[in-house]
Design a binder for this molecule. Structure first.
Ligand code: NAP
Length: 450
């Protein structure tokens, strides 16, 4: 009798989960893979994090979709770990479980006034313009000045979207209500504020140059650009060169201004019913290299504050979590807890290593975890329980399938064709449910949509 094919569950259908699936298929011609996601749409941060005007990135979707061409891979959408299926059930139903849940929380500034209306995370703002069905609609009414804190690529993305020519955005896949809001706003000043110097900023040069070169936008540098530090790497030297060029750039009759201000941190957001101003304190590094305030303050009027100071992983029910680092504790992708290794549990992507790196970074990261998983596989105990398909069917809780996603995809592309765009994102749960329940009338999904 031949041994049954090993079963692997992957929790999360974003880039890291799908790269892991690709590596598993390459590494074993036996393994069967079930990929679970709380959304009916795969691709995670590629779909809901990459800025819609970065259309060249969307080509990665074809690569990420490849595992779904295999009959050894199934997609279970709209399945929430913890409520629809538990981590214990996955551990019992599979030889191995790979957590690929990303980093869906954001870090906080911890300053007074942070909770005022008008102060929010860049993550929420990004989710909105990317058409995430859980995103809250964002209003830019009454905003003439916006400030982003943090000088990474997320800050650059949100600043660029706020400053972009609406006609350019209208060629992207943004949902129509988002385009309406971004086409009608009166934001004329966008500040990007870093608590350290430009030589410490984490943005990449291509992204920085794109921001600095926006049509009709005058860059305003609030600090002299320093000479290249002796130990500066290529990216830092190129960033500083881009900033020096921008300092000399004069835009005739600008429609908006991009303010770049370094060595400043927020100490208070001021306002009664909403943010009206931000108090900034000048900063310096102490002897230990820590950011400290100098006591020198300035006030900048602003009605929108976006903190782009990094994402954070969220605990997954029934899975070990390191609250300090915001990741699932692991050794080279093998999950560990206080008692030691947890055989059969693995982790990939941002929930493994923290929210750093571009989409492509997940490929080698997932491959490294999968190498360990495949090396362990023969020694892992065989499953003792039903797989996700059997469990969910038993509960009368059918998941959405890859075919359901293909229907959503086709609908988005057809809508795009009507408007001369690559696609138009379906951005509400209601519309997604409608497309998913097609062909499955009267199921629990229909009840949930009501
Ligand atoms: P990031 O690159 O880690 O940048 C976070 C920024 O927030 C840093 O400037 C950091 O400054 C600052 N910060 C942290 N805590 C702060 C505080 N309490 N007060 C003020 N500033 C604070 O993170 P990200 O921008 O969220 O990007 C996450 C990852 O996604 C990155 O690897 C990024 O490259 C990638 N990404 C790539 C693209 C793209 O390729 N186009 C687009 C978006 C995101 P310190 O350095 O001083 O801590």
């Amino acid at each position: 009798m031949t041994a049954p094919s090993p079963r692997v569950a992957i929790v999360g259908a974003g880039p890291s989960g799908l790269y892991a699936a690709g590596s598993l298929l390459k590494g074993s011609d036996q393994v069967r893979i079930d990929i679970l996601d709380c959304l009916p749409t795969p691709y995670g941060l590629l779909r809901y994090g990459v800025a819609p005007d970065h259309t060249s990135m969307q080509g990665i979707q074809r690569v990420l979709a490849e595992p779904f061409e295999s009959d050894r891979v199934r997609f279970f959408g709209m399945v929430e770990l913890g409520s629809d299926i538990t981590a214990d059930e996955l551990r019992e139903g599979y030889d191995a479980v790979v957590y690929a849940a990303g980093a869906s929380e954001d870090r906080r500034l911890d300053v007074r006034g942070e909770h005022l209306p008008g102060s929010r995370s860049a993550r929420e703002f990004v989710a909105w313009y990317c058409g995430h069905p859980d995103a809250e609609a964002q209003s830019l009414a009454g905003v003439d000045t916006a400030i982003t804190f943090g000088v990474g690529n997320v800050a650059v993305d949100v600043a660029r979207i706020l400053l972009a020519d609406p006609d350019h955005l209208a060629t992207t896949d943004m949902p129509p209500p988002v385009l309406d809001e971004l086409g009608a706003h009166r934001v004329a000043d966008v500040w990007v504020v870093g608590r350290r110097g430009p030589e410490h900023a984490t943005f990449t040069t291509t992204e920085l140059r794109e921001l600095l070169a926006l049509d009709g936008v005058q860059p305003v540098l609030h600090d002299p650009v320093p000479d290249d530090p002796v130990d500066a790497d290529r990216r830092v030297r190129q960033n500083l060169a881009a900033l020096r060029e921008a300092a000399d750039r004069v835009v005739e009759e600008p429609r908006a201004r991009l303010h770049l201000a370094f060595w400043r941190r927020p100490v208070e957001l001021v306002g009664a019913s909403g943010v009206r101003a931000v108090v900034l304190e000048r900063t310096a590094l102490d002897e230990a290299g820590r950011v400290v305030g100098t006591g020198e303050r300035e006030v900048v009027g602003a009605q929108l504050v976006l903190r782009a100071i990094g994402y954070r992983g969220k605990p997954l029910p029934g899975v070990p979590f390191d609250p300090e680092a915001g990741v699932v504790p692991n050794t080279d992708g093998r999950v560990v807890d206080a008692a030691g290794p947890r055989p059969g549990e693995y982790v990939v992507g941002w929930i493994k290593r923290g929210p750093l790196g571009v989409i492509g970074t997940n490929k080698s990261d997932a491959a490294a975890t999968v190498r360990n998983l495949l090396a362990d596989l023969a020694d892992l105990p065989a499953p003792t329980g039903p797989d996700a398909g059997a469990l969910l069917a038993d509960r009368g809780r059918p998941a959405s399938t890859f075919a359901d996603w293909e229907r959503i995809d086709a609908e988005e592309q057809a809508a795009g064709q009507r408007f001369g765009r690559p696609r138009v994102k379906v951005a509400t749960w209601h519309a997604l449910f409608d497309l998913v329940r097609h062909g499955r009338p009267g199921g629990p999904l229909e009840r949930e949509a009501e």
